[in-house]
Design a protein around this ligand. Sequence first.
Ligand code: BDR
Ligand code: CA
Length: 310
Amino acid sequence: PRAIIIDTDPGQDDAIAILLALASPELDVLGLTIVAGNVPLDLTVKNALKVCELAGKTDIKVFPGAAGPLGRPLVTAEHVHGDTGLNGPDLPEPTMQPQDKHGVDFIIEQVRSHDAGHITLCPLGPLTNIATALQKAPDIAPKIREIVLMGGGFFEGGNITPAAEFNIYVDPQAADIVFKSGIPIVMAPLDCTHKALTTKERIDALRAKGTKVCDATADLVDFFERFDEEKYGTDGGPLHDPCVTAYLIKPELFSGRMCNVEIETESELTLGMTVIDWWSVTDRKKNAMVLNQIDAQGFFDLITERVATL
Ligand code: BDR
Ligand code: CA
């Protein structure tokens, strides 16, 4: 299996991404590193513990990381995820404890202690932990196999400002460090994730499995999609973060192209914008595989089938 570290700010869609990874034999989850994002760090840590317990995987180690972005105040998204960040299912208070080690130190230690090309990082939130690890230990960059992340948007625009997607907007400075790191990057921007829409049939298929974890997953989706349904009148909402773990399990569900991607770190108007050279109008180095297509039914079938095994 492929060794991954999931860096996350759960979040309903983060939770489903984690459940999918924990249910999949293709992936070896070395640990979860937690970042502040959708809600403050104390809540994202608690939510990550709840998700591991829901999955019945109490041996997974959860490492608290950065409590806020590198150079600006934290922006959160309770308006999307609810006051706990994980509103929807009625999950018990976790009995698992987080690790004492800082998430950034766990990333550094794991990359250093494995062969080059062994570890893939999967950021599902603001890139603060990843950028901090790269700043603290520049030697790890060439040893990381790949970074597969959810973030950004181009033709689709932004979801927190007209120009910026939430994860990149919260810590543009961190995103800039990651995109300039030279590490191979795959990104699932809104152009991909907005095609991964939940529908009534897809949620019914989850509930039809009749397991506790599938019911909780359906409750997560029900809560999460109400935001887009109410605001944009869509049938269903986008499951952003599971695109990352699904890509690692079944890359054939996705397609995209290699592009140069730069991050806007200064303009107030377009802060956190991912400037993607989709049409190769510059000769800047192509530093990321930008996904823009997804087989949405195949994606939901994968989630349903795998989560049902937990
Ligand atoms: C991203 O922002 C968060 O609200 C979601 O969990 C996802 O990671 C989508 O823009
Ligand atoms: Ca997230």
